[in-house]
Ligand binder design. Sequence first.
Ligand SMILES: [Zn+2]
Ligand SMILES: [Zn+2]
Length: 434
Amino acid sequence: MNRLIACAALVALVSSAELAADPVVPRAQVDAIYPDIEKLYMDLHRNPELAFHEQRTAAELAQRVKALGFEVTTGVGGTGVVAILKNGAGPTVMLRTELDALPMQEKTGLPFASTATTRNDAGDVVPVAHMCGHDLHMSAWVGTAELMVRNKMQWHGTLMLVGQPAEEIVSGASAMLKDGLFTRFPKPDYALGVHDEPSLPAGVIGFRAGAFRAASNSVEVTVYGKGGHGAYPHTTVDPVVLAARIVLGLQTIVSRENNPLEPAVVTVGSIHGGTVSNIIPDQVKLQLTVRSFDAALQKRLIGAIARQARGEAIAANAPKEPTVEVKNGTDPVINDAQLTQRMVAAARAELGVDNVVEMPAQMGGEDFSQFGLNGVRAVLLHVGAVDAAKLEAARKAGESLPGVHSPLWAPEREPTLKAAIGAETAILLDLMKA
Ligand SMILES: [Zn+2]
Ligand SMILES: [Zn+2]
């Protein structure tokens, strides 16, 4: 008895808020499909694949939605999947999941943890694991497809399910667009994506209207000097000292050149030059990540990096200007404000008002941005995936728990999947109301 009371108290403490009393999608429907969805989740988790190599993953998803009656096209933008279900006149609404996993070793110790290895594009054998939760997004995507088919009488329009490859290298969305995602298939009126979130309790949806995820670019700077013996520095131009000056100078871009009210990051994540202690090399390579929430600011930051590198090279009497190479990046995710409010209302009707909360923007990039940039009203939501009591204990202790891209990332699968499926289905039903 005592134990029961203690349990009840704990449950009261843990469940942060009441679920909606009369949800749009009956909870029994979500519960009924859950065991099968969980099996799919574990299967996808055990069988992760790297960006643009998601053949097995794509085939599994394609077969699932084909069985539900969707018209399925595979191989869109590499390994992408497009599944269309036409249900009379009405809006076209897109739900996107990512397909890819990360080249890293899982250390969760879960019974269904990934032990997979694969060859990366350089030909090296690397571990591979779903440490960003894309397996969770895929499973929810299939669950939502099932409930949309089951509730077909309640909506009209065209449901467009998109399985996007290579999100982790922010290339898959543009690959699909280049391959005719919005021309060979109906161009959606609305698009929705849902990503798992380590800062929110499992089952709680996080939203943010406007700028939500940052623009991101990798920038490679190579500085040139004149090599020679370390004992005779006066006969050389030392690119190590030059690179060190550049690294320090770059810190002033955000702190001195940028408006403090506009968030920006310039990080030098890698610096490589030289071989041994007594040889001054003739070049040093720096690798940077540059992030902000605005395309124009992003351009200014990259311009400032090039200018500072050039200036320092002149000051050091370098024999050659530095080369600055901007690698493919991604644009900021800007959530359509009106559509965000509409989706929030639909998710709240399903999950309860307190289980759908505003959250801060994040500096992590996401190529979901490409759908909005191509003229679709798009919103990316997050779904909390951490046990509420653990999250609260960590907050009180001032500690941080493992998040996405950690080898220990282990979403609380049942409440997270159920909330994602409930919210996605409720939102799609609202946008395509019969
Ligand atoms: Zn990721
Ligand atoms: Zn991700």
